[in-house]
Ligand binder design. Structure first.
Ligand code: SAM
Length: 218
């Protein structure tokens, strides 16, 4: 079927392009064993995030939505020894699974987890600017996360928002589910923001049809 086709396609490309990483594989396995939802980024997307972090020589990354820490480990792998990923997660259980996965992948020293709703924890965050922000939590709060990401970045920083296409549902006028409305509100906020340049790239792969919005802070 269609999904098996795209999963096979991702696997095929990955087999040439991405070396297996035991720490990352363990994170997915332990997330599944602990009954976390299987909604981490795909391997190819994780590698893409790693490439962006490397390309911009990121030292500080902010992530909203940790889950079992799969994407977090990708970021940590891209950072220098003194780099830091700050990752915000609502669920104590998810944070606990992620913490164990960071230990297993030997990246704990590079990662701080903030447990609680990021809608409340991010506004309290007072830190030096982040080079890269990855927004991948509850989609209805996207506009809040965007506002905080803008406050916590500087010109040249990159903000990436995941799951903005939703198999085309975001643009379907018949639909108004909270996730879709969350993305539309984000797009409107970006439109009104003169301090950024942005595009949405739609993607297909083992995680079906979706896409991400790539924002450069001017
Ligand atoms: N970035 C992860 C990865 O690719 O490995 C996947 C994150 S998953 C799509 C979304 C996560 O956001 C879930 O673990 C969920 O518990 C968390 N979440 C939901 N609402 C949240 C909130 N208000 N604040 C922080 N995290 C939240």
């Amino acid at each position: 079927n269609d999904n098996a086709n795209w999963a096979r396609s991702d696997k095929y490309h990955n087999s040439f392009l991405t070396k297996p990483d035991e720490g990352l594989e363990h994170a997915l396995k332990s997330s599944s064993e602990n009954d976390l939802p299987q909604i981490a980024v795909s391997t190819a997307q994780g590698k893409y995030l790693w490439l962006v972090a490397k390309t911009i020589k990121a030292k500080r990354v902010l992530e909203v939505g940790t889950l079992g820490g799969y994407s977090t480990i990708w970021f940590a792998r891209a950072l220098p020894e003194d780099g830091k990923v700050v990752t915000a997660e609502l669920s104590q259980k998810h944070a606990d699974v992620a913490r164990a996965n960071f230990e297993h992948a030997s990246v704990s020293s590079k990662i701080d987890i903030i447990v609680g709703s990021a809608t409340e924890t991010l506004p309290k965050l007072q830190t030096e600017p982040f080079d890269l922000v990855f927004i991948d939590a509850d989609k209805e709060s996207n506009a809040i996360y965007y506002k905080e990401a803008r406050r916590l970045t500087r010109p040249g920083s990159v903000i990436i928002v995941d799951n903005v296409v939703r198999n085309g549902r975001t643009a379907d006028p018949e639909l108004s589910t909270p996730d879709v409305v969350g993305v539309r509100t984000l797009l409107q906020a970006i439109k009104e923001d003169e301090g950024v340049e942005v595009t949405t790239i739609a993607t297909v792969g083992e995680k079906h049809y979706d896409g991400f919005t790539y924002i450069l802070v001017l």
